[in-house]
Design a protein around this ligand. Structure first.
Ligand code: PGA
Length: 238
């Protein structure tokens, strides 16, 4: 079973419920789990639209605390209450744009589990790190520092230089990192690939050994593209 996740980032209005309605109408893709992670303002609305269907709804970030004096933050418990089942933590846009450390990402992942959510912990190297030959050491450090101690979680490998750029690593590069990551995780932990996944390259990326699905940004805003990516998963029957 592959997990195909849409990360809407800071896109989407109430009218965007039509995207989830289209995914629900299209019916399940056998062998694939679909998850849509909209901005927090839309979690409750989309969860209502997807209720009882094959589409799950998640969020993009959470605060480590269950509640408190944290203006502008959102607790994992609030996301669960709104109908989320998963939450992305440690996306590079937060690690870089909001100076999130491995320790903070781990606290957020543990908070997600406390609230009954499955955290999707993002890791990945920058272009400078890849060019310096540091990819595996960066990934190892992020795994050691940002994963929760126990419990269920998902990892997403997203090379920072592949996000939103149209550039993707070669299947060999993806295979190298995914084998390295899988060897450091409990058996059966899904490891997603993310970074410029499109209908045109999904089949090749999803067929790489140890790739358990995709974290899709831009292409997840178009139901046709998102469904085409899901249908490209090995073993998928649309
Ligand atoms: P992209 O984003 O598919 O637009 O490259 C992926 C992500 O940041 O999760």
């Amino acid at each position: 079973m592959q997990l195909i996740v849409g990360n809407w980032k800071m896109h989407g209005r109430l009218a965007s419920v039509a995207i989830v309605e289209a995914l629900v109408r299209a019916g399940p893709v056998e062998g694939v789990e679909l998850l849509v992670c909209p901005p927090a303002t839309l979690v409750a609305r989309l969860a209502e639209a997807a209720r009882g269907s094959h589409v799950a709804i998640g969020a993009q970030d959470c605060h480590p605390a269950p509640e408190g004096p944290f203006t502008g933050d959102i607790a994992a418990e609030m996301l669960a209450d709104a109908g989320a089942t998963h939450v992305i933590v440690g996306h590079s846009e937060r690690r870089i744009g909001h100076a999130e450390t491995d320790a903070l990402v781990r606290d957020k992942a543990s908070a997600a589990q406390r609230a009954g959510l499955v955290p999707i912990v993002c890791i990945g190297e920058t272009l400078a790190e890849r060019e310096a030959g540091e990819t595996l050491s960066v990934v190892a450090r992020q795994l050691a520092g940002s994963l929760p101690e126990t419990g269920r979680f998902v990892v997403a490998y997203e090379p920072v230089w592949a996000i939103g750029t149209g550039r993707t690593p070669t299947p060999e590069q993806v295979a190298e990192v995914h084998a390295f990551v899988a060897a450091r995780l409990p058996e059966g932990t899904p490891v997603l690939y993310g970074g410029s996944v499109k209908p045109e390259n999904a089949r090749g990326l999803l067929a790489v050994p140890h790739v358990g699905g995709a974290l899709v940004g831009g292409a997840s805003l178009t139901p046709r593209d998102f469904l085409a990516i899901a249908a490209a998963a090995p073993g998928a029957i649309a």
